[in-house]
Design a protein around this ligand. Structure first.
Ligand code: FAD
Length: 402
């Protein structure tokens, strides 16, 4: 990419950021904005409203090619989109359709699959979930055992998926299955699109430590899946799975979330008094921590920009997404822990009722319950999408050649 093309991409990304700030001020409904700012748990209808609002701006699949309804964004615009929304504390852009399976379908799927699924992903008519992890097959994903056996025009699928986010709302599951036990474990994996209304599927809730139901077990008992719902070639699913994981880890949102939580910490520290007078923010040890967080944030942001420009120049090392994931999630968690410390007693008391019902005043500031909820849920951020240890292994291989 030439220097002038990079300069154009930078200026378009800045323009997009300005549009997002305007959208947050002028378009985002106040009720959704307030609930998101308080970190309340949103339901499916809230998320559909949110995704459709984004689509009205032409953003929800801005990173897709124009042929499929996207805006053909550069890597920088895509990053700016996720980063800027997260800086403003907006709801999560649900990635399962628009970011994960959509690109797999338009890259590897049949024409019939593109016609059938892509428009319904763009319009959020179909809600998708990700069926990758299984008991014993998380980091070691190739060990997955859910089996699909060909039976005429169908596969019969049996097995168990776990940690499946929002499977309770999903119309469709994109699912890694084993179609062969010959050769390396990676060779016998296929990528199936499974209708969640199919007989034989049972969804069992798992409560995470914030007390809410985000994730599930999904049991598949002799589920019949038409062969037409196989993406690409039988046995080649590992390549599609890895393509998807690269998109999963390209997380601009984590940079924006780290920024958002750091600003909240600084505001809270400035507003909170220490016994005997003065504000927390004037305590030397807290100031030192804040300075360290600021520096780590600036380094993260610079690394993210470098990575996006490397992607645009075709000079990716393969380690960029891993670096941002590990640095971003660990920084987020460290800042969130300090935020909880700064909340004092309100950081210990956690009342999900006070989080949702205005009638029950929370201990501490209005968003204290939401801060604790986010802190508890995001302990998982260094696990999902590939744990920190696994990201460090990727970095060791790609950067140090170990
Ligand atoms: C909140 C949440 C939401 C999730 N949503 C989804 C979803 O929607 N769909 C989906 O498919 N999955 C989802 N997951 C699953 C997630 O991808 C896995 O939890 C993750 O890949 C880790 O796998 P595991 O839990 O089996 O842990 P394990 O792989 O068993 O790892 C356990 C520990 O061992 C360490 N470890 C493992 N291998 C190595 C190694 N080679 N070197 C060094 N250390 C190692 C890990 O870092 C970890 O600390 C979700 C998980 C969570 C917590």
């Amino acid at each position: 990419m030439t220097a002038s093309a990079v300069a154009t991409a930078r200026s378009r990304a800045q323009g997009l950021r300005a549009d997002i700030r305007r959208f947050c001020e002028e378009v985002l409904p106040a009720s959704l904005r307030q609930r998101s700012e308080r970190h309340q748990v949103l339901d499916k209808a809230d998320y559909l409203q949110w995704m459709r609002l984004l689509q009205q701006q032409g953003w929800v699949v801005g990173h897709w090619p124009q042929a499929y309804g996207g805006a053909g964004w550069s890597a920088l615009e895509r990053f700016a989109f996720e980063d800027e929304l997260a800086r403003h504390g907006c709801p999560w852009v649900i990635p399962f359709g628009v970011k994960y399976v959509g690109p797999v379908i338009y890259t590897y799927g049949s024409e019939a699959q593109k016609r059938r699924f892509l428009p319904r992903i763009v319009s959020s008519e179909d809600f998708w979930a990700q069926g990758y992890s299984e008991p014993g097959a998380g980091s070691d994903l190739a060990a997955l055992r859910t089996e699909a056996v060909r039976d005429g025009g169908h596969y019969r699928v049996s097995g168990q998926k776990v940690w499946t986010t929002y499977a309770q709302w999903a119309d469709w599951l994109f699912c890694l299955v084993r179609t062969s036990r010959d050769g390396r474990p990676q060779d016998g994996i296929s990528f199936l699109l499974i209708d969640m209304r199919s007989p034989g599927i049972t969804v069992k809730p798992i409560r995470t430590m914030d007390g809410y139901h985000h994730v599930n077990e999904v049991w598949l008992d002799d589920v019949r899946v038409p062969v037409d719902n196989l993406v690409g070639t039988e046995g080649a699913g590992w390549a599609y799975a890895k393509f998807l994981l690269r998109n999963e880890r390209s997380a601009g949102a984590i940079v924006g979330m780290a920024h958002h939580v750091l600003q909240r910490l600084k505001r809270l520290a400035a507003e909170t008094c220490v016994p005997g007078g003065g504000a927390w923010i004037d305590q030397p040890s807290l100031r030192q921590r804040l300075g360290e967080f600021e520096l780590r944030f600036l380094a993260l942001e610079a690394a993210a920009y470098q990575a996006m420009e490397a992607v645009m120049n075709g000079a990716e090392s393969g380690a960029e997404a891993a670096l941002i994931k590990v640095r971003g999630t660990e920084l987020y968690q460290d800042i969130a822990e300090t935020l909880i410390d700064t909340l004092g007693p309100a950081g210990v008391a956690y009342d999900t009722a006070a989080l949702h019902h205005a009638g029950l005043p929370p201990l501490g500031p209005d968003d204290a319950g939401g801060i604790v909820k986010e802190h508890l849920y995001n302990r998982a951020a260094t696990v999902f999408g590939g744990s920190s240890e696994v990201q460090r292994n990727i970095l060791a291989k790609a950067v140090l050649g170990l």
